[in-house]
Design a protein around this ligand. Structure first.
Ligand SMILES: Cc1cc2nc3c(=O)[nH]c(=O)nc-3n(C[C@H](O)[C@H](O)[C@H](O)COP(=O)(O)O)c2cc1C
Length: 316
């Protein structure tokens, strides 16, 4: 392991620009957004940008999903040309289009397939094969210990556990006790995941579950400093401004000027979530059509904020 906090794979968020930033700040492994094994085989144009990475991001985990062991094997074979460090299988996605066909969290209902997938992949490839799981399909089928042992017994190298069921989706609170049970039951590394928003949350998860590292998803959006051991309120306006411009630059380099700015907007709302912006200011920030106008408006806002006594609340 290269550290104890990892940016969680997040479709639409953990793209190369954000992963690179998080990794620079201390995220220990770069997990890609999940990719469909069927797309790997049939629509490589669609998935290659999702798997693009910089050398400095290593170790890089490609995350795949499917319900068909043979197709996963074939897709993994194709992806070896891109030299990932880790192959991760998604066993946690709760989206209906994925789970209902038996992929993602749907795999939790077929432990025999989990065994076959992990066994085949780890026998075939000379790299760690890992799984990201949930606790079960629903409260009546909490089979996380069985799944974790199945992954471990069949050659899996590491398990990341989101402490919720498929049916819970993102509701309620993550069950950290279950993560502790898994950690006690298997000898491979366990990454705990769910509801970490602060450094104190991270320390609590590590202490309560004894997991080897934590994975942080929603709590890292607009808050990549969490990987550098800092809470959001410890980051000054100037640092936020600087990070936004670096992040925007990376997105424009990766996606092109227009698309990069458009895709960056979902991060903007999170970066400014602690700032006392008026609704009209927020709207203007989100509708800028060039990086230049965005930067100009941001500078106006932050210049004005530096003039207000509220600033001291946000400076570390
Ligand atoms: C927008 C979004 C997209 C996600 N996409 C993925 C994904 O592609 N692969 C995956 O394993 N988990 C995915 N997840 C789940 C997260 O990795 C993580 O398990 C979950 O958000 C709980 O952690 P958190 O409380 O730190 O956010 C996604 C979550 C969100 C919110």
């Amino acid at each position: 392991m290269y550290g104890d906090a990892i940016l969680a794979p997040m479709d639409g968020y953990s793209d190369q620009p954000f992963r690179g930033l998080a990794r620079q700040l201390g995220s220990a492994i770069s997990y890609t957004e999940f990719v469909n094994a069927m797309d790997v085989l049939n629509r490589p144009d669609l998935i290659l940008p999702r798997l693009a990475f910089e050398e400095s991001e290593r170790p890089v985990a490609f995350q795949l999903y499917d319900d068909d062991p043979a197709r996963l094997l074939q897709a993994a074979e194709t992806l070896m040309a891109y030299q990932p460090d880790i192959l991760d299988i998604n066993m946690g996605c709760s989206a209906k289009s994925v789970a209902a066909r038996g992929a993602g969290a749907g795999l939790l209902r077929t432990p025999e397939k989990v065994a076959m997938i992990i066994r085949q992949l780890s026998d075939e490839f000379d790299l760690p094969v890992t799984a990201k799981i949930r606790l079960g399909w629903d409260d009546d089928s909490l089979n996380y210990l069985e799944i974790a042992k199945t992954v471990s017994d069949n050659g899996g190298a590491l398990i990341a556990v989101h402490g919720r069921t498929k049916v819970q989706a993102y509701g309620g609170r993550a069950n950290w006790r279950a993560i502790a049970e898994i950690k006690a039951a298997v000898s491979i590394p366990v990454i705990g995941n769910g509801d970490i928003h602060t450094i104190a949350d991270k320390q609590r998860m590590l202490a309560q579950t004894r997991c080897d590292a934590v994975m942080i998803g929603r709590g890292a959006i607009g808050n990549p400093w969490i990987f550098a051991g800092k809470d959001r309120h410890q980051v000054s306006h100037d640092q936020v401004r600087e990070m936004m411009l670096v992040h925007l630059g990376r997105m424009q380099d990766f996606y092109g000027l227009e698309e990069g700015l458009k895709l960056f907007r979902k991060h903007v709302t999170r970066y400014v979530s602690l700032s006392p912006l008026k609704k009209a200011q927020r709207t203007q920030l989100l509708t800028c059509t060039t990086a230049e106008s965005f930067t100009r408006f941001l500078d106006q806002l932050y210049f004005n904020h530096r003039m207000t006594p509220k600033e001291e609340v946000y400076v570390s």
